[in-house]
Ligand binder design. Structure first.
Ligand SMILES: [Zn+2]
Length: 206
């Protein structure tokens, strides 16, 4: 994989959730599904090879059924399918409780690496915000979902949140080699900035 040939673009959804477009030469991959296909088409017309979910919260999967109908493969953790169907776990109870149903989820294990088109993605399990939270490492870019934001971390007060797991996950992210952070909400930042952020939040959580 030639990381210089990959371009990252993104669209913000209704509650500032980021859906990332990882663009290759002739195709692209989405990280999360918080915006519609039409919104993605405003930034690229390249075929979408896959949707990689960082976790099952409604704001990140809101349009997943539409992508599924287009027969775009969906990838996520082993725990995501169950959470998507449960409005307490997908936290849609906060707005309009509903299950999200898709034909199939390709389940990734912790540390599993997958090549989609020219892009190699490594799935890192980072539970804490939700049980099914994962990050994706693509070359020197880390897509951190709601585990780690540029100026904060994800909430740990949901039904399947776990503060102790969050501590482990943040500690783990501190050891991962990457340059750029692409979080599930808010601005993009660098690993250098995150070293401080992680230490700050670990001291609060512990
Ligand atoms: Zn979330």
């Amino acid at each position: 994989m030639d990381i210089d040939k990959i371009k990252i673009k993104w669209k913000e959804g209704a509650i500032n959730q980021n859906t990332y477009v990882v663009e290759q030469k002739d195709s692209c991959i989405l990280i999360d599904a918080g915006v519609s296909v039409d919104e993605i088409r405003k930034i690229t017309n390249k075929p979408i090879l896959a949707v990689m979910l960082t976790h099952s919260h409604f704001d990140h999967i809101d349009y997943i059924e539409d992508y599924d109908k287009l027969k775009i493969p969906i990838y996520a953790s082993l725990y995501t399918k169950k959470s998507m169907l449960d409005s307490n776990l997908n936290v849609s109870f906060m707005i309009k409780p509903r299950p999200y149903r898709v034909s199939k989820i390709n389940e990734l294990n912790d540390n599993e690496t997958i090549k989609i088109g020219e892009v190699i993605l490594k799935c890192l399990y980072t539970p804490g915000h939700s049980r099914d939270s994962v990050c994706y490492l693509v070359g020197d870019k880390l897509f951190s979902g709601d585990t780690l934001f540029s100026d904060s971390i994800g909430r740990t007060d949901f039904i399947d949140s776990d503060k102790n797991e969050m501590i482990k996950s943040l500690s783990r992210l501190g050891t991962i080699d990457y340059k750029e952070l692409y979080p599930g909400h808010g601005r993009v930042s660098s690993k250098a900035e995150q070293n401080q952020n992680i230490q700050h939040w670990l001291s609060i959580l512990k």
